[in-house]
Design a protein around this ligand. Sequence first.
Ligand code: ADP
Ligand code: MG
Length: 477
Amino acid sequence: MVNEELWQAVLAQIQLNISSANFATWFKNTQITSQKNGVVFISVPNSFVKEWLEQKYNKIIIKILRNLDKEIKDVRYDIGKSGLKVFKKNPSVIYQEGQLEFQEFKIDSETNLNPRYTFDTFVVGPFNELAQAAASAETNLNPRYTFDTFVVGPFNELAQAAASAVVKSPGQVYNPFFVYGGVGLGKTHLLEAIGNGIVKNFPQKKVQYIPTEKFVSEVISSIRNHQIEKLKLAYQAIDTLIIDDVQFLAGKEKTQEEFFYIFNSLYEKNKQIILSSDRQPKTIPTLTERLKSRFEGGMIADISFPDFETRVAILRAKCQERKTKFPEEILDYIASNIQKNIRELEGALNILIAYQKLNGSLPELKTVKSLLNNLISSPAKIVNAKKIIKVVSEFYDLKERDLTSSSRKKEIVKPRHVAMYLLREELKSSFPFIGRKLGGKDHTTAIHAYKKISNEIDQNGGLPEEINLIKQRILSE
Ligand code: ADP
Ligand code: MG
């Protein structure tokens, strides 16, 4: 138990500092197997991971471990000697010997399902246990996400109220229902709460939750296998379709086309469609106009940042869920320092809970500060020209080299101007510097871009909001 808690605390911190793709690649199927004389033994699934952790993450892993337990001196990585935990449907957890990673497998040409991916072989690590523990095979909903555990404050009350209305009469009031907001602010939680609510109120209705990335890969492989008509038919049998993070449809023309078809056929039959995105429909790049106007045709609600009181209320609620308590002073400290991401609030709490379990006592504020040091003064919050260019190009679904190119295409020129504007606004960079950073342009070009964007912002279209979303991302990455 102690090993598991300890590793969970380490993963909680690492997860906040690296991209989720990297996290999954390097930390999936890892765990602490034992500790001896101050050495922590970590089991890893294969030699690539071993090498990578040793070379890239060893320092930070040791640092975090020492923060939690001063006795720890060193870390050793071993390839899958220990049993991996395997998830059974019931959902009791059993332990199985050996590695699952290198099994041969084939994809069923009929269903396009990989027979290897069953609940029996779904490996649960401490980091995904909570999120995946019992995601229903039928609806793909995680039962943990409900309205009961969703704290409401001024920042999300509109979205929550509309969501409740959808649960009461799916397909009747707000269709589609579109929720947007930044990372870690509760979009997935709210969407799944709607799904779980509908399942409860209308057991006969078929509810399906799907992340957009998964939808895209379903469409692509169905096209490849000439199964697309079958896929579309399957979607038409759904009564409530929940698609998370639709910004990932950007640039996927073929998928958008199929989605448009599925959307219309459900919509015409008054089936409820629920969507989320990190931004408003109109600012999703390369989303076809017809999809934009479909998305805008129902109710759009945003989730912004929680105020201080709500952040404390969320921490209290999470403590209650975890059956633990921390003094006001500590909750205030966390809430004052983590402002823009509820997942990070939870992460902070996880670290403190792990400490509490390991040491059998509550940490003092001084200790809390050092435990949360990584999280709170994250070096990633530094803003520089490189980061601005990176975030702007990602936001508009472009390559960085598009921004720095000399292309005069409309869909590139505007993002380039926005990047120039932000370099000036956020970093007070000189115009010659800005011109150079964007591929050796003249300083007059940078001045022109800055003026142009400033004027447009004053004219009060959608641009100020768009710029704010980009700024939020620059600050939260
Ligand atoms: P998003 O999808 O917007 O990135 P999530 O829905 O995954 O964010 O939320 C991140 C974490 O924060 C989840 O564990 C979720 O349960 C929690 N969370 C978000 N909003 C709330 C809220 N209003 N009340 C309680 N927990 C929340
Ligand atoms: Mg989400």
